[in-house]
Design a binder for this molecule. Structure first.
Ligand code: PGA
Length: 247
């Protein structure tokens, strides 16, 4: 198994001053970290964060990318443009994109394909809503979401990162228990292994109210290979505690 990945998802937060302060609080401590660390920043701040991350072991990530290669798609950012700024990871299919921007499983799979073609590792987000969990549909939902990505990207599926993010746990302070998360991660691992003999090395992250208090028990699970961190990635002390727990 490769080392753990801790990825911050800043969402639509930050400013030139706040980003600089946050990264100045995080980057000096990364030298001793035994896990990989990435920050997924708003597109407007890619250039700034590329400069701030230079010379550190921190990786730059984006929060989305276009499903199209280039052309008349006003407001969109292509994989090649992200690549120009040294982007290593791109979140695709975050539940906020699925919910507020109508992204379907097929679009998410296309975005993953665009990222892979540009040499960017997609962090493919999956997860059920509370209503779906209560209806006993968790497994069916996450398998359907992952199947679309495997279908289009089967030949290079071992290059992706998966993030299981139960929608009911995102930004709510409600975390899946380590056992609940592990159960879903094991389902996803089995599905990936059925698609690729290399799938053992795919990192499956947990996301949803991960914080310094719950991180150790989540990362202790056999199929949880890191975290996608929203709120706690905006506070240097909290993010560093999570990184320390993964190291
Ligand atoms: P959260 O967000 O850690 O604030 O719950 C995680 C995410 O949405 O990626």
């Amino acid at each position: 198994m490769t080392n753990k990945l801790i990825a911050g998802n800043w969402k639509m937060n930050g400013s030139l001053a706040a980003n600089a302060a946050l990264l100045q609080g995080i980057l000096p401590a990364l030298a001793g970290a035994a896990c990989e660390v990435a920050v997924c920043v708003p597109a407007a701040y890619l250039a700034q964060c590329q400069t701030l991350l230079a010379g550190s072991s921190g990786e730059l990530g984006a929060q989305d990318l276009s499903a199209h290669e280039a052309g008349a798609y006003t407001g969109e950012v292509s994989a090649a443009m992200l690549r120009d700024f040294g982007v290593r990871y791109a979140i695709v299919g975050h539940s906020e994109r699925r919910q507020y921007h109508g992204e379907t499983d097929a679009v998410v799979a296309e975005k993953a394909q665009r990222a892979l073609a540009a040499g960017i590792t997609p962090i493919v987000c999956l997860g059920e809503t509370l209503a779906e969990r209560d209806a006993g549909q968790t497994e069916e939902i996450v398998k359907r979401q992952l199947a679309a990505v495997i279908h289009l990207n089967g030949h290079c599926i071992s290059e992706i990162v998966v993030a299981y993010e139960p929608v009911w746990a995102i930004g709510t302070g409600k975390t899946a228990t380590p056992e609940q998360a592990q159960a879903v991660h094991a389902v996803l691992r089995a599905q990936l292994l059925a698609a690729s003999t290399q799938a053992g090395r795919i990192r499956i992250l947990y996301g949803g109210s991960m914080n310094p208090t719950n991180v150790a028990s989540l990362l202790a699970q056999p199929d949880i290979d890191g975290g996608l961190i929203g709120g706690a990635s905006l506070k240097a002390a909290d993010f560093l505690s999570i990184i320390a727990a993964a190291s």
